[in-house]
Design a protein around this ligand. Structure first.
Ligand code: HEM
Length: 140
């Protein structure tokens, strides 16, 4: 399986490209009605996912935890539910999807807060033999 940072960054780029194509389409037809949905696709799908990916790349102990792939899945679910949910809400065809999406969004950010508190930033995998601590450095 791909590493958690790779999953976050790859998905972020896919969402960004989708959001940009959507932005170009909105500009081309001179109809910006759905711009809040485009904004959320780019900001959660690209910016937040890239921030999460950077955090996991910096913090191997967090990336190796069982919660990291769950965090990835929840963030992808957030985008896939919230963005169409905002479209439905704007077009006044239902708000249920947007409500579920916003709960997922809060869950994803709460999980990020939990990971940062639990693992800090930059912590290596515990007992990883590839990481040498000052006490294990040979004397010069
Ligand atoms: C090819 C790239 C992009 C194009 C052509 C594009 C196009 C647009 C257009 C036409 C609007 C509506 C503006 C208005 O009605 O005032 C918009 C709004 C917005 N875009 Fe983009 N966009 C692009 C990329 C991005 C990216 C990369 C982000 C964020 C990382 C982003 C975030 C937003 C936000 C936050 C809004 C405002 C949404 C709102 O008013 O509720 N866009 N964009």
């Amino acid at each position: 399986m791909k590493s958690v940072p790779t999953l976050f960054f790859t998905t972020a780029a896919v969402f960004a490209l989708t959001g940009m194509i959507w932005g170009i389409q909105m500009s081309a037809i001179h109809d910006h009605t759905l711009s809040p949905a485009h904004g959320h696709l780019n900001l959660i799908g690209f910016v937040a996912m890239a921030v999460f990916g950077a955090y996991y790349a910096l913090t191997p102990s967090a990336a190796s935890s069982k919660i990291a792939p769950i965090h990835f899945g929840l963030t992808v679910m957030t985008v896939l539910v919230l963005v169409p949910g905002i479209v439905l809400a704007i077009t006044e065809t239902g708000e249920t999807l947007a409500k579920f999406g916003s709960v997922f969004a809060v869950g994803s950010m709460a999980l990020f807060l939990f990971m940062v508190i639990r693992h800090g930033v930059g912590d290596p995998i515990p007992n990883d033999p590839r990481v040498s601590t000052p006490s294990t450095q040979p004397a010069k």
